[in-house]
Ligand binder design. Structure first.
Ligand code: SF4
Ligand SMILES: [Mg+2]
Length: 439
């Protein structure tokens, strides 16, 4: 089953850009390996090649410029069953050189495809770490004077298992990719391409002269290293404050939660309310109870002010799509939260909005119920109020039976904040009985 969701000509790359060809080769390699989209995670960062994730129907992860290798290594450690492939440009390679070196040294079992077109295509063709000597770019108008970065020898000298330099026009690129992916340890393909919008506009390079460029730069094409080495032993998942399974010390059977379907929650408030932590506690409890959970957070880069929004998906089945489009619960605590949430009009009439009583809300078809944040703060203190209110919401909306909720919390919560978290959950459950006025 192919992982390529669209044809090359329908991709947003400039006509004649080599990126689409590389994606086709990659898809063919994955087909050859009979990998399904859920077996694969493609990791990308910034640059034209970074938009590739929208064209692949596998797992994808998109992040900061030059950091894709770090994400890929983390993903592989957490999910050693996945085939993890990085798509990075020469720009990202220069920015993230240290990651390349250390990932190779550690023998991370990932495959890196360097989509190397010798310039920063997305931002206008500026020279990059791999720009050939004498090349004309907007930032080297008299010709580049620095020798290009030899990415292959760099990772090869640091322990990479499989390294090769090829071009996007090589017909056997799918086979090369398959070999790279199958070789245990770190593998890298420096894949030479044409940026037709900028690089080839200024420099006489075409598919035929790529090999001449290789000769002139003394950067040979072909397979350079093929020496499989054992992958990095997968490290155990980091110990979280909440155990992965509820293994009660008193020999009782682990507690499992039943959950009928995928359910999306959204909690929206402000920095300092520990909203992300509260959602994390509930997500980890769900996992401890045998469910699947996915959390995604939204906050400004200036962490300590502005909105703080956290989305949670719980399901009895694996969660492949982590977008929250249709939450059944929207818990809104502050004006920042009201402003940040954009889906008011789209909420289902069956969705439950629990909103702090002082807030003005946009029109929504959802059912609205008012809550009093001050009451929760008085009961458990400001840092634990969000967890108390989320616990209230979960029982109020009948997503969890309160006895099971208490039991899983008692068995599953560990660590420094155990007592505070248990107190907050207990207070939230009690609020569902007493209401906010008489609490
Ligand atoms: S700017 Fe260059 S790298 Fe980007 S899509 Fe166009 S041809 Fe490809
Ligand atoms: Mg580039």
């Amino acid at each position: 089953m192919t992982t390529l969701a669209v044809k090359k000509n329908d991709m947003a790359f400039c006509p004649g850009c080599s990126h689409g060809m590389v994606l086709e080769h990659l898809s063919a390699a994955l087909d050859r390996m009979k990998l399904t989209p859920t077996d694969v995670c493609i990791v990308s960062d910034i640059g034209c090649i970074g938009i590739s994730d929208r064209y692949l129907d596998s797992h994808t992860f998109h992040g900061l410029h030059g950091r894709s290798i770090t994400y890929a290594e983390g993903i592989k450690r957490a999910r050693p069953d996945l085939t993890v492939v990085v798509l990075i440009g020469d720009g990202g390679c220069g920015i993230g050189t240290a990651h390349l070196v250390h990932s190779a040294r550690r023998g991370a079992d990932i495959t890196v495809i360097v989509c190397n077109n010798f310039n920063f295509g997305m931002t206008g063709g500026q020279h990059s770490a791999t720009t050939p000597v004498c090349a004309q770019t907007p930032t080297t108008p008299n010709g580049a004077t620095d020798y290009p970065f030899d990415v292959c020898q760099t990772v090869g000298a640091n322990g990479a298992s499989y390294v090769g330099r090829f071009t996007a026009f090589d017909k056997d690129l799918p086979q090369r990719l398959e070999t790279a992916i199958r070789t245990p340890g770190f593998s890298l393909l420096d894949t030479w391409e044409l940026c037709v919008a900028y690089y080839t506009e200024r420099n006489p390079l075409n598919r035929k002269t790529l090999s001449e460029l290789s000769d002139s730069m003394e950067l040979p094409l072909g397979e350079l290293y093929n020496r499989p080495r054992p992958p990095h032993p997968a490290e155990p998942a980091s110990r979280s404050a909440i155990s992965k399974t509820t293994e009660p010390s008193n020999n009782r059977a682990p507690i499992t939660l039943s959950w009928p379907r995928r359910t999306e929650f959204c909690v929206a408030g402000s920095a300092g309310q520990r909203i992300l932590s509260a959602v994390g506690v509930i997500g980890k409890l769900a996992v401890a109870g045998g469910l699947h959970a996915a959390q995604s957070d939204d906050f400004p880069i200036t962490v300590s002010r502005g909105h703080s929004v956290s989305n949670l998906i719980l399901s009895d089945k694996p969660i492949f799509y982590t977008g929250v489009d249709n939450p059944e619960l929207l818990l809104v605590l502050t004006e920042d939260g009201v402003r940040r949430v954009k889906l008011w009009e789209r909420l289902s009439p069956h969705a439950l909005v629990l909103a702090e009583t002082s807030l003005n809300l946009p029109d929504t078809p959802a059912q609205i119920e008012r809550i009093n944040c001050k009451t929760a703060e008085k009961l458990v203190g400001k840092p634990s109020a969000a967890l108390a209110l989320l616990s209230y919401a979960i029982v109020r909306g009948q997503w969890l039976d309160e006895n099971r909720f208490r039991a899983i919390a008692e068995a599953g919560i560990r660590g420094k904040y155990r007592e505070d978290n248990l107190k907050a959950i207990d207070a939230g459950i009690n609020l569902a009985h007493t209401g906010f006025e008489s609490a």
